[in-house]
Design a protein around this ligand. Sequence first.
Ligand SMILES: [Zn+2]
Ligand SMILES: [Zn+2]
Length: 697
Amino acid sequence: MRARSSLRQSIDAICSLGQLAPESTYTSLVLNCVRANDVEQASRLHAHMESCSFQPSDTYIHNRLLHLYAKSAEAKEARRLFDKMPSRDVFSWNAMLSLFAKCGDHDDLWATFNVMPFRDSISYNTVIAGLTDSGFPKKGLDVFALMLEHGYGPTDHTYVSALRSCSMLSCLTQGKQIHGRMVLSGSLGTNAFLWNALINMYAKCGETGNARWLFDKAPVKNVVSWNSMISAYLEGGLPEMSIELFNEMKLRCLTPDQVTTSNALNAYFETRRVNEARNLFCDIKGKKDKICWTTMIVGYSQSGMEEDALLVFHQMLLDDTRPDSFTISAVISACAKMASLHRGQGLHSKAILIGVNDNLLVSSALIDLYCKCGIIPDARLVFDSMPFRNVVSWNAMIRGYAQNGQNQKALSLYENMAQSKLKPDSWTFLAVLSSCLHANLIEEGQKYFDSMRGKHGIVPTLDHYSCMIHLLGRSGKLDKALDLIEEMPYEPNSLIWSSLLSVCSMKGDIEHGEIAARKLFEMDPLEAGPYIMLSNMYAAHSRWDDVASVRSLMSSRNVKKFAAYSWMELDNKVHKFVSEDQAHPEREEIYMKLHGLIRKLQEEGYAPNTGTVLHNVGEAEKLSSICYHSEKLALVYSLMKLPSEVPIRILKNIRVCADCHLFMKYTSNSLGRYIILRDATRYHHFIGGECSCKDFW
Ligand SMILES: [Zn+2]
Ligand SMILES: [Zn+2]
């Protein structure tokens, strides 16, 4: 501090003199500025020298100043000085290169490199590193090749940048060549940075075994080496190995940093060891960093513990840790999974407040949130206001339309995307095919499906096949669907058999339905869905003996029916209902209102649909078992609490039954309400007695 103020005093003195000082004085003052890293005083001194028309005897003083400007990313000052310099040498040019690299100004970096009259190995290193860091690893490697061609020997810095380029490009061949060159030239030595760069390169190219071999051979290991290897296992899909290495690190009494910890947290979540993740997180000494907080949020959210994810986010804010775009997008995604509009909107404001709302990740998460809450116009607003869009943003919007039954909009948005230069990916086609499915567009669906491989070089996955099986089966082309299963380059998985089962149940094809159901019973004997579906199929054909045998199979295998529940949000509080709910404090009024509503709708023609009730019991019993389904209770509660202009939003954890679907249609018409129901598979928008799903779900 004292050095700084005395520096300022000396420069004050020089400036107030207003006349030329000896060159040696300027030299020592500039060096003092460089030492103190004080660009403000340097630029005052520079202005004074200019006003006195100081002409230095060589480039030394100017180069020092130029490097200081470059280091502080003072582009304007640096450019002005550089342009006015009477003569320039390689140091001056290199200063400009490092300025552009520092500012991430890839165009000027490249242009300057190409026009500079002399270069040394530092010039090459700066450009290779600058290009790699600003996302042009391919160009970086080209310059590396040029450097060798022009006879400059690579330094440690060159190798580190070139290897990073290879990692970014997953370019193993070139990475191996560089490794070979390092071994031959004897430059590998004991430099931990070089070893780590090599470990990283092999890991990023998917060569986890080679990475480990190098890790074990490395003569010096620092915490970065351990982190590289732990994250290599994680990225290579071997989280157990990450944990093993993390434990070994602790056994050796090495202190993990927060990158290590965040990798270990990830590994615990991936192996579903949530408690161990929580313990590790709580044991972090001192202030937890942003990465660890965000890892916890993502981990909880991906483990289906969205409420915990939100809780951690609040603790993070209380801890005074500033969230970034990764954190915010992770919390918004957690809200999207719960379709929690209120809290999601709060996060949208928060994103605007900290200035990350334009970020690609955040915007895409917001689009997804609004779509999952059924508020398509808000999603579109976010989409339209994005300064840049990538394939993820387009996918989120197309998928959102598809999920909400606006299939034509989904398809026309896809056509817009196809016209822009962006390449659709596998996710895009999933949204497109599911739009065709819900709009019952067989020919278009087939056309898009064929174009995946033919036009875009995308290999359809089981998800795409499942869509096509639905599409073909639903339109009565069950034979074609069966052919497609035969033709698939994959073994059919449970998704494919479930698709076939659901198509068969829709079409009443018991023969093929039985085949699909038996396959599913084998694959996952404890999954209740297929048993219930097959049983419902038998029930619809009054084959009660078969219903009984499926039910006894279920109980002999101890298959538990998944508890169905629905929920709605009111003033930031979630109200959850189960079928025939007795726990809600306002249950009496809810049931009274429900009875009233049923009577009213019956007068308007609603006839309860008891077709899918399992047991061959009396009509009265059937009726009471569907009357009190959780979504009806949530609907009545919403009618009680929400003003008539507010859309009703109900969420359900499993598929909505035919009767509740019918009930919602009648209610939307009779009371003129807009009802959005999200069930396990899709969104139903009920308006004026119609549903956006067109009764296909
Ligand atoms: Zn129902
Ligand atoms: Zn519907």
